[in-house]
Design a protein. Structure first.
Length: 431
């Protein structure tokens, strides 16, 4: 059968055929569920908030367990991120949960760069996934996906307004991660103040163009609950792992000298709303949004940065291979240009060095000539001196011979004449 015939059959003219009996492909969704359950799931939460705002306590309360983690000091020189992964099991569903928490956030005098380590961390997880995706032999099903699915942004319960650090950080993160803002330690704020605080926060987020995560309303089954919950954002939460007996039930609560706050009481705080929205209703949507929106954006920017395009300047489709070849040619051209430049530079250097050496040789010759002349002058002077000394020696020898002659004559003439000889010696310069 020709290829065009096949296309016609599966395309517009595709017939609906009634089945005569049960075939079994209605079990496909079950197969999918079984496969997913056996593979397990992963969910990664990032908690961003100032030191001591109750991040660890809230995570412990949410997952009903005690995760390890030391409280941070307020003396950190910069912001860091601490990541821990846990394997959790509920019924027959396994969940690989990663909790990443900021350490030292908001503790520095200069908070200008506080958002950077967080952005870098999120990007690093995207980059790791992209690298895995680009591998020739990729094993994405076994890959531990560390991309952040939800960012719980802890707002201090000031009852006033958002701090500039909060606005700047959320603005930098909103295109990279699903931000769910929460008012931490909301037991510190009165009911009427809380209502005003929520309105203030929402209006500040809108006026600064910060996009927070909206629970999806396109799926009918959850549209109503999600729509209602969107209106409750930011959730005001309280965390506690302490269980107190209230009535005849043990409940998570915080006890104060004046009374008790129940974490799971919706009249006291929005903890239950957060748990429902984050875990029970929208966990899959958060994972999905991370992949289809935030990761997709990162991937697109990264590939464009690397020079890949889907279309050429005339809007014609441009395949990956064409892009690769164009890039390769561009690279080879640049390499050749660089090589030529280096060759030219090398020739120029050699010429300069040659000129330098010639100059040095000339200087050496001049120095040699000067020294030679100096040496000749010196030699001449010494020869003159030697000659005058030779003359002196000769004159001395002559005088000596004359004196010896006189002496021998004197000894013959007798001692009377000694005086006279002495006188003559003196005249000759011997006495
Ligand atoms: N009043 C009140 N106190 C809370 C709440 N949640 C936690 N705390 C207390 O706040 C203190 C700090 O809580 P942590 O959970 O360690 O805070 P953290 O944000 O993890 O702190 P670091 O990891 O050190 O940045 C502890 O004493 C908690 O008991 C809350 O909702 N309300
Ligand atoms: Mg902590």
């Amino acid at each position: 059968m020709a290829a065009t015939d096949i296309a016609r059959q599966v395309g517009e003219g595709c017939r609906t055929v009634p089945l005569a009996g049960h075939v079994g492909f209605d079990s496909l969704p079950d197969q999918l569920v079984n496969k997913s359950v056996s593979q397990g799931f992963c969910f990664n939460i990032l908690c961003v908030g100032e030191t001591g705002l109750g991040k660890s306590t809230l995570m412990d309360t949410l997952f009903n367990t005690k995760f390890e983690g030391e409280p941070a000091t307020h003396t950190q020189p910069g912001v860091q991120l601490r990541s821990n992964t846990y394997d959790l099991q509920e019924s027959n569903v396994g969940l690989k949960l990663t909790i990443v928490s900021t350490v030292g956030f908001g503790d520095q005098i200069n908070k200008e760069d506080s958002y950077k380590p967080i952005v870098e961390f999120i990007d690093a997880q995207f980059e790791a996934y992209l690298q895995e995706e680009l591998k020739i032999r990729r094993v994405l099903h076994a890959y531990h996906d560390s991309r952040i699915h939800a960012c719980l942004y802890f707002i201090a319960p000031t009852g006033h307004s958002l701090k500039s650090l909060d606005l700047v950080t959320m603005k930098k993160l909103d295109s990279k991660v699903n931000i769910i803002p929460i008012i931490a330690k909301s037991d510190a704020i009165s009911k009427s103040e809380l209502t005003k605080f929520k309105i203030k926060i929402t209006s500040e987020l809108v006026s600064n163009g910060v996009q927070i995560y909206q629970f999806p309303t396109d799926d009918e089954s959850v549209a109503e609950i999600n729509g209602t919950m969107n209106a409750h954002l930011p959730f005001a939460v309280i965390g506690s792992t302490e269980e107190l007996k209230i009535g005849n039930k043990m409940m998570k609560a915080r006890q104060y000298p004046w009374g008790t706050v129940q974490v799971e009481n919706e009249a006291h705080c929005d903890f239950v709303k957060l748990r429902e929205m984050l875990i029970r209703v929208n966990m899959e949507d958060l994972r999905e949004q991370t992949h289809s929106r935030h990761y997709e954006l990162y991937r697109r920017c990264k590939l464009e940065e690397m020079g890949f395009q889907d279309t050429d300047p005339d809007s014609k489709p441009f395949s990956l291979q064409e892009t690769y070849e164009a890039k390769r040619n561009e690279f080879l051209g640049e390499l050749q240009k660089k090589e030529e430049e280096m060759r030219q530079m090398f020739v120029q250097r050699v010429k300069e060095k040659e000129a330098e050496l010639k100059e040095a040789e000339k200087e050496l010759h001049e120095k040699f000539d000067r020294l030679k002349k100096l040496h000749q002058d010196e030699k001449k002077k010494l020869e003159d001196k030697k000659k005058s000394l030779d003359d002196e020696v000769n004159a001395f020898k002559q005088r000596k011979t004359a004196a010896e002659l006189l002496q021998s004559q004197g000894s013959q003439a007798g001692g009377s004449q000694t005086l006279k000889r002495d006188k003559e010696k003196k005249n000759l310069g011997f006495l």
